[in-house]
Every structure is written in C-alpha cells, then in structure tokens.
Design a binder for this molecule. Structure first.
Ligand SMILES: *[C@@H]1O[C@H](CO)[C@@H](O)[C@H](O)[C@H]1NC(C)=O
Ligand SMILES: *[C@@H]1O[C@H](CO)[C@@H](O)[C@H](O)[C@H]1NC(C)=O
Length: 377
C-alpha cells in the first residue's frame, strides 16, 4: 500500500537511540558548551511514545473537544435554539461561540458566487454564507482547527470518550498519504492532514475504487445495528467496509471523505478554510448552492480532502420533522414547543435527553427527605 502506516519503532531500536543520544549529548556538550546556547536535546520529547499520544488524545476532553475552538451557526432570530445550545454546552462541559446565520435576501448580488443557481433560495444562500464566515473566522485567528456546529445538533453523552478514541486512531492513522510532521505529533490530537473532518455526516460511502482504504476500531458508544438500520447510507457503508453484524455493534470507522451529507458537525483546518473559500467563493464554484452538496461534489472531484467518521458522533436533533429547519419557506412555524419530543437518529444516547433529566427538580420533596416529617405543634 502506498499509504503511510504509522508504526511504533521497535523497543530495541529506541533503547539504542537513547544510548546514542545520551552519548552524543555528552560528547557534543563537552566540546560545544562554550559556544552554543542551551540545546533542544536537553529536553527531548518522544513524540512517538504511547504516553505522548495518550496525553494528546486526552485533549478531546477539554472545552473545545481537542479542536482549537467550537462555533455554532444560528439565525439571529432563533434565540430559542441559542438558549438550547447554551444549556447543552454547559451540560456537556464545552464552550461555544456563536457565528450568526445570514439572511440571504440582504446579500448584494455581486457577492453571490457566479455559478450559484439563479433561483437559489435566500435561506440556502444565507446558509452557505454563514458557513463561509466561520471559515473566514478560522483564518483570522492563529488557531489550527475549528469545529463547526449547526444549532439543531445533538450528541452522545460520552462524546468526549468517542473523540478521544478517534484522536488515538488519527494519531496512528494508516489513511495518511504522508507521515505526520513533528508539529502535528506534538500539537494536533486529530492530525492536520485534512481540509475537513466530518464527524456528523449522514451519508457515507468511501470512494468505490478505494474500498480498502478504511480504518476501524472498537467504540462501545456506537449506536449499533438498531441505530443505523434503514437510515441513509450508513449501514451499507459499514458493510461495504467489511464489518459484519456483530462488529456493527462495537465499531466505528474512518474513511477518506467521498459522499457526505449535512453540515451538522464538521471540523476544518486552516488549509481547509482557505481551500473552501477559494473554491466556493473566490472562483465562485458554488453549483448546487446547498453548501453540504457542494462540499461532497468537491470531495468526489478530488479537489477537497477530508475524513468521515461512521457512524457519526454528532447528529441532528429533529423537532417537528423538517418544519423546524431554517432552510424552509419563511412563515412556516411549528407549534407546541416540542423540544421534549425531539428525535436524534444515529447516536446511542442523547445528551439533550440526559440534560433534561439532569435539570428536573423536586425541591420541596428533597427538603422533606432531609428534614423528616414536620413536628406537630
Ligand atoms: C483543547 O485542545 C486543543 C488541542 O490541544 C487546543 O488547541 C485547545 O486550545 C484546547 N481548548 C481548551 C479550551 O483548552
Ligand atoms: C465478525 O468478524 C469478527 C472479526 O473479523 C469475527 O471475529 C467474528 O467471528 C465475526 N462474527 C460473525 C457473526 O461473523
């Protein structure tokens, strides 16, 4: 296989290497101490050690899940969804920054990409623009990566464990075309050899010409056969990768992105942000108009690189079917404040559901349990 396979150095080689380093440090410093400053060799970091990789993977437990930051896109008027996102983030121990959604009707015609369909609905155009603004935001900062959410998202309560496992896999990826740089080994829990990392895609299916380019691993937090049956292309993608039904209950996989759908959750690297802005805005190659459809086209054409996690770690929280989407006709409303009846396909358990449980309170009964029965007076 022409692909890079990140294997550990055999232990014997390491021992030999360490002896050589110690010897050369001693020798070199003897001769060089008088005319060179403190050497890097004084504090060697073994970037390939399992300890280092495990420690880096633990960054998945931080407030931005091991990415530099997390943003979420929400129409300024959807304060109901912003409220929900803030509570959910608090519940899950993550920090979110709002990227305001864009009203497509106020976009000047000159700013609309040349090849966008003439009859593109303003909401679809605005959706593209909001994502493009998030890409811009990454380039404006010194950050390496940005995880982008839409405001109707849900995830499993064990999301941090799932992301930690993904990080370990990506640090030892056999899907890479080039070995990781020292900078990546040191700083990037998910590597940086991608434009886009799809962690919430609904449609899957790697490149049919490269069926064997897949990495699978055990993750007890997958939704299992019941959770993926009859939904999109996820089940067939897992089967195509050679997973049998019992493995479907325990495994996730990573493939180079090919067919993807929905931008509920994906990360971008700086190079990815630059490439997306270049392709979809600078040269105006926005053909479908729906930004997720244009991104899948770019993967299929081989002009954008990415990895897709299957089953996805993030999903859409669906309330009132598609009516709750901000991409449908203006004036369409849902009634009944149906947040408690929402559904989250593809994930094992729902952080939104657990959040609701955790906030339930029966204060006076709790007091009574402590205080005991009231004394008669
Ligand atoms: C989480 O980890 C990533 C990767 O090391 C880092 O870039 C980011 O700043 C960390 N986030 C927080 C909130 O500490
Ligand atoms: C599924 O695949 C695994 C790993 O290849 C194997 O150990 C197991 O026996 C298979 N199970 C079935 C039901 O075929």
């Amino acid at each position: 296989m022409p692909l890079y396979s990140g294997r550990h150095h055999p232990a014997r080689l390491m021992v030999l290497l360490i002896i050589i380093i110690i010897f050369s440090v001693a020798t070199v410093s003897h001769f060089a101490a008088s005319f060179v400053g403190p050497s890097e060799v004084d504090h060697p970091i073994d970037l390939l050690s399992e300890e280092h990789q495990a420690a880096l993977a633990k960054h998945a437990h931080n407030a931005s899940l091991g990415f530099s930051e997390i943003v979420y896109i929400s129409m300024p008027g959807r304060t109901d969804r912003q409220d929900a996102m803030n509570v959910l983030a608090w519940f899950s121990g993550i920090t979110l920054r709002l990227v305001p959604g864009v009203d497509g009707t106020v976009m000047p015609p000159k700013a609309i990409p040349d090849s966008a369909p003439k009859d593109i609905p303003p909401s679809v155009l605005g959706c593209f623009r909001a994502h493009a603004n998030a890409w811009q935001y990454l380039l404006q900062t010194g950050m390496d990566t940005l995880l982008i959410f839409e405001d109707d998202i849900d995830w499993d309560p064990n999301i941090k464990e799932t992301m930690e496992r993904l990080s370990l896999q990506m640090q030892n990826s056999k899907l890479r075309q080039h070995p990781p740089s020292d900078y990546e080994r040191k700083n990037a829990p998910y590597g940086l050899d991608w434009d886009v990392l799809y962690v919430g895609s609904y449609k899957h299916g790697g490149n049919p010409e490269l069926k064997d380019v897949v990495q699978t691993w055990a993750d007890p937090d997958v939704p299992g056969l019941k959770g993926v049956r009859g939904k999109g292309g996820i089940l067939s993608a897992l089967r195509m990768a050679g997973l049998n039904d019992s493995e479907l209950e325990t495994k996730r996989m990573l493939t180079p992105s090919y067919r993807t759908e929905k931008n509920t959750a994906y990360a971008i690297s700086r190079q990815g942000a630059a490439r997306l802005l270049f392709l979809l805005s600078y040269i105006g190659d926005l053909k479908a108009g729906d930004v997720d459809q244009d991104m899948t086209r770019l993967f299929i054409e081989g002009r954008l690189t990415g990895y897709t996690l299957t089953p996805p770690a993030f999903t859409q929280f669906k309330v009132g079917g598609s009516k709750d989407s901000d991409n449908v006709k203006v004036g369409e409303t849902i009634h009944g404040k149906g947040n408690l009846k929402g559904q989250s396909p593809y994930i094992k358990d729902s952080a939104r559901r657990l959040m609701v449980e955790s906030l339930k309170l029966d204060n006076w009964n709790d007091y009574k349990k402590i205080a005991g029965p009231a004394k008669a007076n």
